[in-house]
Every structure is written in structure tokens, then in C-alpha cells.
Design a protein around this ligand. Structure first.
Ligand SMILES: [Zn+2]
Length: 386
């Protein structure tokens, strides 16, 4: 396998050759995408057009042209039209194979809660990447399936618990998307089954038919988090940066402080995903709570050549044993490759600067790279390195 190529600028052999654990990603789209679809999936924007300009004119757009073009046998910096033509020529399967193999991934933890019918399954994704693949179950998706089954409010709590036990049988983690629905200001108090039944009653009554079932209730999101705790599974939280559905001012990880304090005695790992632009706040939480971990996924590829600055800011406070690599790639195979490549470039740059300043030794830099790229995730999820 060819590891992700970075550049001579910050290249460190022990960063380049890591077989990364991508602890949070999604599936690759099965079908082709047109130009509009490609530009939209490149960033979190939903709409492009004349007024908005091209999303190729962004840090990630330039990263695609610079770093992804050579994987398609084009010269670095190929223009967008040429890039998209070549993409269409090769087709989805070939693109997926090329980018995923080039990403140098050893293990994938795949969130199957978003548009599962359109994307590769964890097993298919793992096969394309030559990596082990595990599933991450989205809590709200479980609750919504239970709601659609026609359950009564009184039976809701038990039904969710047994449905989760069934669906998460082989999963390595669960994930909360409370950030998308109600924001992160979740109380630290565990809701009683009576409170859950009352909240479920309001929700089920308001959702007049199955197509309108969309969970957005603070009590129920909090209940789901405690279900994850009871199941003993690490819990991933969407935090910060996301698409236009999010109200970003409600997604600072600091809003989770009350809940994190309540969950600390359980010792169950809690993983703050993405975090940008609140990665320094997340670093604080990762420092003070023994079971809190973080990544800067999604942002790492969106900020393109600024990935080094992002990783440097993250590692100001966050202990090196608390930071994990993830891409949060969805849909486009380019994003798995760029997530990996820009992480390696960024981390390499940070470690190289420390070496040049004699802040740490080469042996320590290699150890930090292994922790962040592989070993922290193996410890959190109880999985072996590959
Ligand atoms: Zn995600």
C-alpha cells in the first residue's frame, strides 16, 4: 500500500507511514456526482451558484486540485473542469479504490446513521481501503426507528434500550447528534423513565405521521446519552462545525460541561468530534475530564493548508493522549485521502517545529504521532492496531 504522500517540507517518516485509525467517518457515495453535487459535498454548503462563486476557490478546493489530481494521473494544480472530467472518466469504483488505498488507513469507525442507503457499508468501505471497519450507531436514528414502529409513550424508554442493545451488538461506539437538533446545552441530570415517557408523549403526538418523525427534545437526547453509558459504549458527540442545519453558537463544547461532569464518574469515553472553531475549548475539556477525548475532523480537510495551525492550537492544552485522528469524510472518496494527508502534513509540521526548537526528541515525536494517529483510538475503543 502507498501511504499518503505529504511533502518534503515537513515530512517525518513515522508520520508518513502510520496506518491511521480513522475513528469517525461515513460511507462513500455509490453513484456518480455532477459538478454541483461535488462542490456541495466538498464543504458544508448546500447551495452554490453564480452569486456564491465556486467552492473550488477555497482552501479545500485548492487542496483537491493540488493533492488529489495526481491520484487521478493529472498534474498537481489541474483546473476544476479537467479534474471533474477525469473523475467522470474513471467512475465511482475506481475513484474510491484509488483514494482510499492512498489514504493509508488501518482501521475505520463508520457512522452508519446518515443516508445509509446511498453509501457503502462499513464492510465495503473497509474492503476498499484495505482496512478493518467497525460500526458506530447513531442514537437518534435508533430512537426514530422506535418512534416509527408505533410504540406508546409509556413503552418508549424500554423499547429504545432493547433496540439499541440489538443494533449496537457489534458496534464500537454510539453517536449523539443533539448538537444538530437542540444544541449542546444538555443538563447533567439523568432523566427518569417518567420524564422520558412525558417527553416521548409530546414528541409522538406532534409527529403526526411517520415521515415527520425527527427527534429534537433535550430530555430525549439526554436520555439517549445515558442509554449509551448503560450500554458501556464510548459516546461520540457532534460538536461545533457542521452544515447550515446547525446553530453554531449552540454547539460550543463548553455547553456540555454540566453533562460531562455528571458522566465523568462512569469512566465511559466521551469523544468530542470536529469542534472547530471551538477546538481550544475542547482541548480544555479533554485536559480536565479524564474520560473526554477530541478530534478536529472535518475541519482538518476544510482548512486545507492551515491544518498545521489547527493541529498546533489543538495541542496547546489537550494532552497528547486525548487527541485522535478522524476524517469525518462523507460521500466523496477525496475527503478520506485529504483528511489523512492534511492530518499528516499538519501533525508533521507541528512535530518538526518542536524538533527544530528542541522542545522534544525524535523518539518522543514518533511516540506522539503513534498515540494520536493510532494508539489513543485503540485504547478508547478496545480495538487492536492493524
Ligand atoms: Zn460525521
Amino acid at each position: 500500500m502507498t501511504p499518503a504522500r505529504t511533502s518534503a517540507v515537513a515530512s517525518l517518516p513515522y508520520v508518513e507511514t502510520l496506518r491511521l485509525v480513522d475513528h469517525h467517518c461515513h460511507g462513500v457515495l455509490r453513484g456518480p456526482v455532477d459538478r454541483t453535487g461535488f462542490e456541495q459535498m466538498l464543504t458544508e454548503a448546500r447551495v452554490t451558484g453564480e452569486l456564491a462563486g465556486s467552492l473550488f476557490d477555497s482552501q479545500i478546493g485548492f487542496a483537491v486540485r493540488q493533492w488529489c489530481a495526481p491520484i487521478l494521473d493529472l498534474e498537481a494544480g489541474a483546473d476544476p473542469d479537467r479534474y471533474l472530467r477525469r473523475r467522470a472518466e474513471l467512475g465511482p469504483e475506481e475513484l474510491t479504490g484509488r483514494f482510499l488505498r492512498a489514504a493509508g488507513l488501518g482501521t475505520l469507525c463508520v457512522d452508519t446513521g446518515y443516508l445509509p442507503e446511498l453509501v457503502l457499508s462499513p464492510a465495503e468501505l473497509g474492503a476498499a481501503a484495505g482496512a478493518a471497519a467497525y460500526e458506530v450507531v447513531r442514537l437518534e436514528a435508533v430512537a426514530e426507528r422506535v418512534a416509527r414502529s408505533g410504540i406508546s409513550a409509556a413503552g418508549f424508554a424500554d423499547a429504545v434500550r432493547s433496540q439499541l442493545a440489538e443494533e449496537a451488538r457489534n458496534a464500537v461506539a454510539v453517536k449523539s447528534i443533539a448538537a444538530y437538533r437542540v444544541g449542546l446545552e444538555l443538563s447533567g441530570t439523568r432523566p427518569t423513565d417518567v420524564e422520558v415517557a412525558a417527553a416521548a408523549g409530546r414528541w409522538l403526538a406532534a409527529a403526526a405521521d411517520a415521515s415527520r418523525v425527527r427527534l429534537a427534545d433535550e430530555v430525549l437526547h439526554r436520555f439517549l446519552v445515558w442509554c449509551g453509558i448503560d450500554a458501556g459504549l464510548p459516546i461520540q458527540f457532534h460538536v461545533g462545525y457542521g452544515d447550515a442545519d446547525i446553530e453554531l453558537h449552540r454547539c460550543s463544547p463548553l455547553l456540555l460541561t454540566d453533562l460531562l461532569r455528571a458522566l465523568a464518574p462512569t469512566g465511559v469515553p466521551l469523544l468530542l468530534l470536529h469542534n472547530y472553531p471551538f477546538h481550544r475549548e475542547a482541548g480544555y475539556l479533554a485536559q480536565v475530564f479524564p474520560n473526554v477525548f477530541m478530534d478536529v475532523s472535518l475541519a482538518t480537510h476544510n482548512v486545507g493548508r492551515r491544518a498545521g495551525a489547527l493541529i498546533a492550537e489543538t495541542l496547546e492544552l489537550a494532552p497528547f493522549g486525548k487527541v485522535l485522528f478522524a476524517s469525518d469524510a462523507f460521500g466523496l472518496p477525496e475527503l478520506y485521502y485529504l483528511g489523512s494527508l492534511l492530518f499528516r502534513r499538519g501533525l508533521g509540521q507541528v512535530l518538526r517545529e518542536g524538533l527544530d526548537e528542541e522542545s522534544w526528541t525524535d523518539a518522543d515525536a514518533a511516540r506522539i504521532a503513534r498515540l494520536i494517529g493510532v494508539e489513543n483510538a485503540c485504547r478508547v475503543y478496545g480495538i487492536g492496531p492493524r
